[in-house]
Design a protein around this ligand. Structure first.
Ligand SMILES: Cc1cc2nc3c(=O)[nH]c(=O)nc-3n(C[C@H](O)[C@H](O)[C@H](O)COP(=O)(O)OP(=O)(O)OC[C@H]3O[C@@H](n4cnc5c(N)ncnc54)[C@H](O)[C@@H]3O)c2cc1C
Ligand SMILES: NC(=O)c1ccc[n+]([C@@H]2O[C@H](COP(=O)([O-])OP(=O)(O)OC[C@H]3O[C@@H](n4cnc5c(N)ncnc54)[C@H](O)[C@@H]3O)[C@@H](O)[C@H]2O)c1
Length: 453
C-alpha cells in the first residue's frame, strides 16, 4: 500500500490540476485509458480538426451564390485522418511521458481504480493506494442503447469513428445531439451519404426556433429520420441493416452511435467510499466541487450537468484552488455556460432558450436579427443565418442568445461576457464601438432592436 498527499483519477481535466502549488505534495495520477482524456484524444480537438476541412468543402459546394463556380472538393480521408492524429497522438504521448518520468513528485499509474474503502483505491494492477485527498475526474463514455448493445453487430462511437480505415459510402448516425450534428456535417461534406436516426428532434436541448431553422437547412443533405427508435440492427461492416420503429429500414456501411454519454461513476466502488451519486449517475458535488465523502472532490463530465470541456476546465481550476487554499474556498460558476455545435452552419448559445424563458413565467422580449441585415451578411450573400436574443424588458439584462450561422461560436462571446458581468443591453449596444462592417454588427443590431421598457 502506498500513500499519497493527493490522488487524481483520470488524466483529462484531472491532469491540469497539478500546478506549481502542489510541488511539495506527493501525487498519484491514475489513468486506465489513453493519457489526456476525451477532449484531446477523441473529443473536442480531433472533431474540430475534421470540421475545419469539412467547412471548407461545404463552402466550396455552396459558392455558386457568390459568383464562384461551385466545387466538389474530394476528401482524402487517409491524409486528413493521419494529419489529425499525427498532431494529436504525440501531444498525448508527450503528456504521458512528462507525468511518467518528468514530474518528480508525480507517480503515474496506468490502471483502473476502484474504491475498497474511504480514500483507499485498489488498482487493476493489484496495487492499493491511499490519499489524504482524492479527485475524481473520470469523465463519461458513450451510451449504447439496448437494441444496438444487444446485437452482435459492429458499430462505431465517437471513440473510434475518426480512425476508420476508409470513408464509408453510407453512414447511419443514431442520435441527433451535438456529436451526431457535428459528424453528420463532417461525413456529408466528405461525400458520405448520411442518415440521422433519432427519437428526438435535432439538438433537442437548444432553442427550438434555431433548431427548426437548422433542420430545414440540412434536410436536403442529411436523410433525417426523426421521431423514430432503432429497433434492431443486423449484418456486418459494409452491409448493415438498421430497422426503425416506423417499420422502415436503412442500409449502411457503418453505424455511428451518438445517443448521449453516461458518467464514469459506476465502476468506481463509490458506495464503499461514501460518495453519493444522482439518479442519472452524476457524482453529487457542492458548489466547491466537494463530494459527500470527506477529502474527495469531483469535476468534469463525471459530476457536471454540462458535459463541456470549458466547464471541466473551470471546475479543475476551482478544485486546484480549493485544494491549495482550504480556508478560502472558491465556488464553481454554472450560471452563464455557453456552448457551440460545430455543424454546418454553426450553432452557439448561452443562457435561457425561449422555451425555458416561457416556462419560467417571467416577462421577456426577443428579437431575431438576420445576418442578411448587415453589410457583412450581404457580402456573404447569406439568407438563412440569425442571431436571436432574449432579454428582460424591465431590467434590460440579457437572458439568452442563440445564433445560427458562420462564426456563431465567436459571435456569441461578447454576449457571454455581457451576461457574465451584468452588462445591460443598452450599455452594451451604445457604450462601445462595433467595428464596421464586421459580422458583429448583427449582434449590435439585435441589441438595438430589443424593445425594453
Ligand atoms: C466527440 C466529442 C466532441 C466534443 N467536442 C466538444 C467541444 O467541441 N467543446 C466542448 O466544450 N466539449 C466537447 N466535448 C466534451 C468534452 O470532451 C468533455 O466535456 C471533456 O473532455 C470532459 O473532461 P473530463 O476531464 O471530465 O473527462 P475525460 O477527459 O473523459 O477524462 C476522464 C479520464 O478518466 C479515465 N478514467 C475513467 N474511469 C477511470 C477509473 N476508474 N480509473 C482510472 N481512470 C479512469 C478515462 O480513461 C479518461 O481518460 C466533446 C466530447 C466528445 C465525445
Ligand atoms: N461542440 C461541443 O461542445 C460538443 C460536441 C460533441 C459533444 N459534446 C458533449 O458531449 C455530450 C454527448 O453528446 P451526444 O451527441 O452523444 O449527446 P446529446 O445528449 O447531445 O444527444 C443525444 C441524442 O441521442 C438521442 N437518443 C438517446 N437515446 C436514444 C435511443 N435509444 N435511440 C435513438 N436516439 C437516442 C437523443 O434523442 C439525442 O438526440 C453532449 O451533450 C455535449 O455536452 C459537446
Amino acid at each position: 500500500m502506498t500513500h499519497y498527499d493527493l490522488v487524481i483519477v483520470g488524466s483529462g481535466s484531472g491532469n491540469s490540476l497539478v500546478t506549481p502549488d502542489f510541488d511539495d505534495l506527493s501525487i498519484a495520477i491514475v489513468e486506465e485509458g489513453v493519457f489526456g482524456g476525451t477532449c484531446l484524444n477523441v473529443g473536442c480537438i480531433p472533431t474540430k480538426m475534421y470540421v475545419y476541412p469539412a467547412d471548407t468543402a461545404a463552402k466550396a459546394a455552396h459558392a455558386g451564390r457568390l459568383g464562384l463556380q461551385p466545387a466538389s472538393l474530394r476528401a482524402d480521408w487517409t491524409a486528413i485522418r493521419d494529419r489529425v492524429f499525427g498532431r494529436i497522438d504525440p501531444i498525448s504521448a508527450g503528456g504521458r511521458e512528462y507525468r511518467a518520468s518528468g514530474s518528480p513528485n508525480v507517480t503515474l499509474y496506468e490502471a483502473h481504480a476502484e474504491f475498497t474503502e474511504p480514500r483507499t483505491l485498489r488498482l487493476s494492477t493489484g496495487e492499493t493506494i491511499t490519499g489524504d485527498r482524492i479527485v475524481l475526474a473520470t469523465g463519461s463514455r458513450p451510451l449504447i442503447p439496448p437494441p444496438i448493445a444487444d446485437a452482435d453487430v459492429p458499430f462505431h462511437t465517437s471513440d473510434t469513428v475518426m480512425r476508420i480505415p476508409d470513408l464509408p459510402e453510407r453512414l447511419v448516425i443514431v442520435g441527433a445531439g451535438y456529436i451526431a450534428a457535428e459528424f453528420a456535417h463532417v461525413f456529408t461534406a466528405f461525400g458520405t451519404k448520411v442518415t440521422v436516426v433519432s427519437r428526438s428532434r435535432l439538438l433537442r436541448a437548444m432553442d427550438e426556433d434555431i433548431t427548426t431553422r437548422l433542420t430545414d437547412l440540412v434536410r436536403d443533405d442529411w436523410d433525417l429520420r426523426l421521431g423514430v427508435d432503432v429497433t434492431g440492427i443486423s449484418g456486418t461492416t459494409g452491409d448493415l441493416t438498421v430497422e426503425l420503429s416506423d417499420g422502415s429500414q436503412v442500409r449502411a456501411d457503418d453505424i455511428l452511435v451518438a445517443a448521449g454519454r453516461v458518467p464514469n461513476s459506476d465502476r468506481l466502488g463509490l458506495d464503499k467510499a461514501g460518495v453519493d451519486v444522482h439518479d442519472d449517475g452524476r457524482i453529487v458535488v457542492d458548489e466547491y466541487q466537494r463530494t459527500t465523502a470527506d477529502g474527495v472532490w469531483a469535476l468534469g463530465d463525471v459530476s457536471t450537468e454540462h458535459q463541456l470541456k470549458h466547464v471541466a476546465n473551470q471546475e479543475a481550476r476551482v478544485v486546484a484552488h480549493n485544494l491549495a487554499h482550504p480556508d478560502d474556498l472558491q465556488r464553481s460558476r454554472h450560471d452563464v455556460v455557453p456552448a457551440a455545435v460545430f455543424t454546418y452552419p454553426q450553432l452557439a448559445s448561452v443562457g435561457l432558450t425561449e422555451e425555458q424563458a416561457q416556462a419560467s413565467g417571467r416577462r421577456y422580449v426577443t428579437v431575431v436579427q438576420d445576418y442578411a441585415s448587415v453589410a457583412y451578411g450581404w457580402a456573404m450573400v447569406d439568407e438563412t443565418s440569425v442571431c436571436k436574443l432574449i432579454a428582460d424588458p424591465s431590467t434590460g439584462q440579457l437572458l439568452g442568445a442563440h445564433i445560427m450561422g458562420e462564426q456563431a461560436s465567436t459571435l456569441v462571446q461578447p454576449i457571454v461576457q455581457a451576461m457574465s458581468f451584468g452588462l445591460g443591453v443598452r450599455e452594451m449596444a451604445r457604450d462601445q464601438y462595433w467595428i464596421h462592417p464586421a459580422l458583429t454588427e448583427v449582434v449590435e443590431n439585435a441589441l438595438l432592436a430589443l424593445e425594453l421598457d
